[in-house]
Write a protein that binds this ligand. Structure first.
Ligand code: AMP
Length: 401
């Protein structure tokens, strides 16, 4: 991308502006828009005419009672406005994606100007990876850039199929995508040891492939969050009303055995904050060990666990963190996740390379305002998870092939 002569050329960029909005269409977190700016500024300063495509939500899964698309709720118009504010430059908006309005606004684009097209998912062809639609969109630009890491694991028309219609000299990754891939590849292919993975979140079933894959590269795997209780139940401990995936108990045991075989330390919590109900008003107690009393549920890691996890974290040289240690959205059960976030930040200051990836751990690190105190915060939940699982992403393959 850096060597392209883009002056007066039309550059199509797939960005990820799938940002959260409140009921009034006000964007509540503009991180993804802000992170797309370096690529836009570098192309705009070279005189490119920029055409942006993105999806927002799942409009075809939330049709109005009359069967039509809710074009107000799922419109990208607020994203165009937000981008315009962040860039301090007018951003044009087309009310369709590849239709009459797009074509007429593209014709009027001047060098350095930016146009955002309406939600790609207003068209059923997007998720079907329709080659005819993808080809017609490809004709809108001279170059194609993939900078939507958050959707790189989807094989959709604007994230993968469209790239087929550009040769290698006319397609590339944007700066954000490049940074995401370089950081993931750095930890997976060339980690400085000791390498520790911190995994949490609700379900072990979502993280099986991740745990298995990480066993080949990590020295330590620290497991917290709701998924720890399936491991405890499998080992025969009482876990009260804590989360448990009965059908994954055998698998939990086999992961423990695999870790032993491979010489990887799989570290489970030593204690929990147990709660009488799933609520911030619940009665709570710190358990003595991994068992959770009858009628209670484990909703956070306890103080002994924090101490042990911190020791592993502070002695590591590479860390990846995916998934919170407890129900961090409720103040009462946020302390474990906060303590781990602070330890990860401290490790970063001591020279450890730290990558936080996966939706909820990113939300957690932002909640504690530590996003600038770690080495890299990924913008892609599912995409980062699949990369760390060792999978090739369709959006990446489309550019590289
Ligand atoms: P995931 O999307 O699998 O990473 O899970 C994130 C969710 O797991 C967050 O919304 C947390 O509130 C939830 N979570 C973390 N720990 C627990 C726990 N011990 N019990 C129930 N839910 C939990």
């Amino acid at each position: 991308m850096k060597d392209w002569n883009v002056k007066s050329k039309k550059v199509l960029i797939r960005v990820d502006y799938n940002v959260p909005m409140d009921e009034n269409g006000v964007i509540t977190d503009d991180t993804r828009i802000a992170k797309s700016i370096p690529t836009l500024q570098s192309l705009s300063s070279k005189g490119a005419r920029i055409i942006l495509m993105s999806h927002l939500g799942r409009p075809l899964k939330a049709l109005l009672p009359d069967g039509s698309i809710d074009k107000t709720k799922f419109s990208l118009a607020p994203a165009a406005k937000k981008l315009s504010e962040l860039l301090d430059q007018k951003v044009e908006f087309a009310t369709d994606c590849g239709g009459e309005d797009s074509i007429s606004k593209i014709e009027k684009l001047q060098d350095g100007q930016i146009l955002l097209l309406e939600n790609t998912r207003f068209y059923k062809q997007e998720e079907k990876a329709d080659p005819v639609w993808a080809e017609s969109l490809s004709k809108l630009g001279d170059f194609y850039i993939h900078d939507a890491f958050g959707t790189a694991h989807r094989e959709h028309a604007t994230t993968a199929t469209i790239a087929r219609f550009f040769d290698k000299e006319h397609k590339a990754f944007g700066d954000l995508m490049k940074a995401e891939l370089e950081n993931a590849e750095k930890v997976l292919n060339n980690p400085t040891k000791p390498f520790t993975a911190i995994l949490g979140g609700a379900k072990v079933s979502d993280k099986i492939e991740l745990i298995s894959h990480l066993m080949d590269v990590c020295d330590h795997i620290l497991i917290g969050g709701g998924m720890a209780y399936t491991f405890f139940a499998a080992q025969g401990y009482d876990i009260g009303k804590s989360l448990c995936e009965e059908d994954k108990k055998d698998l939990a045991l086999s992961l423990i055995a695999q870790a032993k075989e491979k010489g990887v330390k799989l570290v489970l919590p030593l204690d929990s904050i147990a709660a009488s109900t799933f609520s911030n008003e619940a009665n709570t107690e710190l358990t003595h060990d991994v068992s959770v009393p009858d009628g209670y549920m484990g909703l956070d890691i306890g103080t002994r666990t924090i101490k042990v996890f911190k020791e592993f974290i502070l002695s590591s040289k590479t860390i990846i963190w995916n998934g919170p240690m407890g129900v961090f959205e409720m103040e009462k059960f946020s302390h474990g996740t906060e303590a781990i976030a602070r330890a990860v930040a401290e490790a970063t200051y001591k020279g450890c390379f730290t990558l936080v990836g996966g939706g909820d751990s990113v939300a957690a690190i932002s909640k504690f305002e530590l996003q600038d105190d770690v080495s890299f915060v990924s913008t892609g939940g599912g995409a980062m998870l699949e990369l760390l699982e060792g999978k090739e992403l369709p959006g990446v393959e489309a550019i590289r092939s």
